[in-house]
Design a protein around this ligand. Structure first.
Ligand code: NAD
Length: 411
């Protein structure tokens, strides 16, 4: 009887647990590693902490032994394939922070004493696998590992595209690493696209998200212009989107959030600076996207009147609809800005129970006004008995909510 291939996945968050699920369904023996005790304890008790990954997959795999989870890197030594899915955020100054990736690579170097296939799925600038991860792991383990990169494209909450049917790019530091990584992904992804180098794969990921970042900046700026002209931007964009080719709709909102869109372009920008270049598009989009919370508040004051001393309920604090992820959420600068103008601000989110040391407040009649930033499908405003409800959402099913980004349709 042949032994099952063992796959260790370092980091059991949005990306890592998604790959864990894909690998389990493909029949691999999976070792899930995470430094958070809470994550490990949750998984051990059969609970998934990521939307879209059912408890049943985790519970059954833990019970059958197909999934083992641990906070110790020692368990990784027995794996054949190692996938790294570690956060690559920005630091407090807004610059790339690779400290977690560095500590993971060092940790792997200490425990890997036989050659492995090591694949990075964390997003970073081109050159990260070759110049940072490989030297750190090799320095500790002194083995001839195979290195590849396959940037994750998971879109949390997306019901149409998951691990299986989202095409996957693979780059590597050698032909044998490329062959091995392609074979690994082909076992659970329908379409695998090998590229000529690790740097091509790393750059493709950054470009995908930079493309979104810049187009969101463009549409945010366009909505401001339309509003100043008294033209309903939502109708204009819906009309433009009827063109069947050469146009892709983006929607304005209070800013950009999440672990990818506001972060990845900055990794590209910082790397470009090392080559004496800067992307004007990235810099400008960053400026426009960052000023959206302030712009929305200006519109709110224009529509409602002074907000000093007003009791405001901000609804939806995650960075997008139907997920609980609050990382880089524009709700944060929005609320801070309202408070700095003397408003008394509370927030409600049916998917987020606590955030920044505060708890979600119930929808009730105690408020002067509400501003809906994110409209989850399970959001209910039942119990609302306060003043007007404003929204930064474009396509809302609630005709009584007053739009803050587009102007009202002329009747
Ligand atoms: N979330 C997304 O939608 C998404 C999509 C594509 C790519 N990415 C990229 O994937 C990478 C991972 O992001 P994520 O969203 O899964 O992050 P996450 O925060 O959801 O999960 C990361 C997990 O890694 C654990 N961790 C941190 N340092 C560790 C260490 N040294 N050793 C072991 N575990 C450690 C954390 O406890 C956490 O559970 C990032 O580079 C991100 O940019 C994310």
């Amino acid at each position: 009887m042949t032994e099952k291939v063992q796959v260790a996945i370092i980091g059991q968050g949005y990306v890592g647990l998604t790959i864990t699920q894909g690998a389990l369904l493909a029949g691999y023996q999976v070792i899930g590693i995470d430094k958070s005790d809470a994550v490990i304890e949750g998984l051990k008790s059969g609970k998934s902490h990521i939307e879209g990954i059912p408890d049943s997959v985790i519970a059954q795999s833990i019970t059958s032994g197909a999934l083992q989870v641990s906070n110790s890197y020692k368990e990784v030594a027995k794996a054949d394939v190692i996938v790294i899915a570690i956060p690559t955020p920005l630091d407090s100054k807004g610059s790339p922070d690779l400290s977690l990736l560095v500590s993971a690579a060092k940790g792997l170097g200490e425990v890997l004493k036989t050659p492995k296939l090591i694949i990075n799925e964390s997003t970073s600038y081109p050159g990260t696998l070759r110049e940072l991860i490989k030297p750190l792991i090799d320095g500790g383990s002194n083995q001839a590992h195979l290195y590849a990169i396959s940037p994750e494209r998971v879109d949390p909450g997306n019901k149409s595209y998951g691990v299986k049917n989202t095409p996957r790019i693979v780059g590597a530091l050698s032909n044998s690493a490329l062959d091995a990584a392609v074979k690994f992904y082909e076992s659970f992804c329908e379409k695998v696209i090998p590229v000529s180098s690790a740097e091509v794969a790393e750059s493709a990921k950054l470009f995908e998200n930079t493309f979104r970042f810049i187009n969101i900046g463009l549409v945010n700026e366009f909505a401001e212009i339309m509003s100043a002209m008294g033209i309903p931007a939502d109708e204009v964009l819906a009309a433009a989107a009827t063109k069947p080719y050469g146009f892709m709709p983006f929607h304005p909102n209070v800013g950009v959030g999440g672990h990818c869109i506001p972060v990845d372009p900055i990794y590209l920008q910082e790397r470009a600076k090392e080559f004496g270049l800067t992307s004007k598009y990235i810099a400008l989009s960053e400026e426009i996207n960052h000023r959206m919370p302030k712009y929305v508040i200006e519109r709110l004051i224009l529509e409602y009147g002074p907000i000093t001393g007003k009791k405001i309920l901000v609804v939806g604090v995650s960075y997008k609809a139907n997920i609980s992820d609050t990382r880089e959420s524009p709700a944060e600068p929005f609320i801070d800005n309202l408070r700095s103008q003397g408003a008394e601000v509370f927030w409600h989110d049916p998917l987020v129970s606590s955030w920044r040391g505060e708890s979600s407040s119930p929808v009730s009649g105690e408020y002067d006004l509400a501003v809906v930033l994110v409209s989850h499908s399970n959001l209910s405003m039942n119990g609302w008995n306060g003043g007007p409800i404003f929204t930064t959402n474009f396509n809302t099913d609630f005709p009584n909510w007053k739009p803050l980004i587009s102007v009202q349709q002329k009747s």
